[in-house]
Design a protein around this ligand. Structure first.
Ligand code: SF4
Length: 400
């Protein structure tokens, strides 16, 4: 348990993030913690790097909506001060706090207070002795670092521990966690450290974390992105929702990539819909489709969607057209219908459908098909051209 949040042992996978404020700034840090919770964080870490930070934690912990982990960096005094402040968990980096007697002291204090520890091994700050032994930060070196720390804790009879073996190199991080999961049953905290700014940082983190989660490895996750930490929490939540590891509480917006058939600026409408819906408690899959010719059919598994055609928006619920609205009211209509769906349910909203909408949509669909033809991207003309070019070359043949 990290405070009131279970980690490991079959508990739901949790999302973590870290504040970027000075921990001594109590109000600023609490504001960020609340924003992180709203974005999907279950547990938040704060730095405890100086006396003022520890004093700040003493005021933050009782007012925080989520359990607080203190990162204590290099000094054992900061670990003890964070414990006095009442934090729910400590993060110790074996590469930074290296003296065995200090590690044992922290273990004893945590054991007495029932406070868990994350052993947070990091490839970039690995103990030089292990770097020398393995010739660098290898998966084996990362795992051994965690095991050495576990051994010191075990000498004190302390095993209330979760572990991370992070690296910024994704294949290294994946292999380290795989090896670690073979040698320990402690809960694992997953992350790609120093992943960098989005989108590359988000992609790298997802590659590492999702690969492991799909192998059944990992109990809690953190995206380490060089951006507002709210984006970290959001990314973690979205990943868990996408993998079906967390109950959806907010919208899942899907949209077609647009093509020659698109009747609207799909990117713009999708972004407007995302902005209008994303911070609401609307656990629906909502589709924005560029045309009514293919849209409602292609997105029939979505709970709700809108497809464009002949300057109108065709609103559909699970593939069934329920309303036709002017093009400039598409996003507003989508938001309105999403709210009603959540409040009234699918049956009621399908029963309230405009009975003429399906006929109007079909008329628009047929008119568009008639106008643009079945091959709206003009692919057939290109195929014909390629065949013609190849056939005109000496000795060329289209026959196998
Ligand atoms: S056919 Fe229509 S729905 Fe499909 S990608 Fe093109 S515009 Fe979007």
């Amino acid at each position: 348990m990290v405070g009131s949040v279970p980690v490991g042992g079959g508990a739901p996978i949790t999302v973590q993030s870290m504040t970027t404020t000075k921990t001594a700034d109590v109000e600023g840090t609490l504001a960020q913690i609340y924003a992180l919770k709203a974005a999907g964080a279950d547990i938040v870490r704060c730095t405890c790097n100086e006396k003022e930070a520890a004093e700040g934690l003493a005021q933050i912990v009782p007012r925080s909506p989520v359990p607080i982990v203190a990162d204590i960096h290099f000094h054992v005094e900061m670990a003890l001060a964070a414990l006095e402040a009442g934090v729910d968990c400590l993060r110790l980096n074996p590469g930074n706090l290296r003296k065995a007697e200090e590690i044992r002291l922290v273990a004893r204090e945590c054991k007495d207070r029932g406070v868990p520890v994350r052993i947070g091994v990091n490839a970039g700050s690995l103990d030089p002795r292990l770097m020398k032994k393995y010739g660098g930060a290898t998966p084996e070196a990362l795992v051994e670092s965690a095991q050495v720390e576990l051994g010191l804790f075990a000498e004190e009879g302390f095993d209330n521990v979760k572990i991370s073996v992070k690296a910024s190199n994704v294949p290294l991080m994946i292999e380290a966690y795989r090896q670690l999961s073979e040698v320990t049953d402690h809960p694992l905290h997953l992350g790609v450290t120093e992943a960098g700014p989005p989108p590359a940082g988000t992609i790298k983190s997802t590659a590492g974390i999702a690969t492991l989660l799909c192998e059944g490895i990992g109990d809690t996750i953190r995206y380490s992105l060089t951006t507002d930490p709210v984006e970290e929490a959001k990314a973690g939540r979205v990943l868990l929702e996408a993998l079906g590891l967390r109950k959806r509480t907010s919208v899942d917006l899907i949209a077609c990539p647009a093509c020659g058939r698109a009747e609207i600026d799909v990117y713009k409408v999708a972004q407007e819909a995302q902005a209008a819906l994303e911070n609401r408690q609307i656990p629906l899959q909502v589709a924005v489709m560029g045309c009514v010719v293919n849209g409602p059919g292609e997105a029939r598994s979505a709970d709700l969607g809108i497809a464009a055609g002949r300057h109108r928006g065709h609103l559909f619920i699970r593939g069934e057209i329920v309303r036709v609205v002017p093009e400039d009211e598409m996003v507003a209509a989508l938001v309105d219908e999403a709210e009603k769906l959540v409040a009234e349910g699918f049956e009621a909203r399908l029963a309230a459908a405009d009975k003429t909408a399906a006929t109007e949509a079909e008329a628009d669909r047929l008119a568009l098909l008639d106008h643009r033809g079945a091959d709206a991207n003009g692919s057939q003309a290109r195929v014909d051209l390629i065949a013609k070019r190849l056939n005109s070359q000496p000795g060329a043949s289209t026959e196998p």
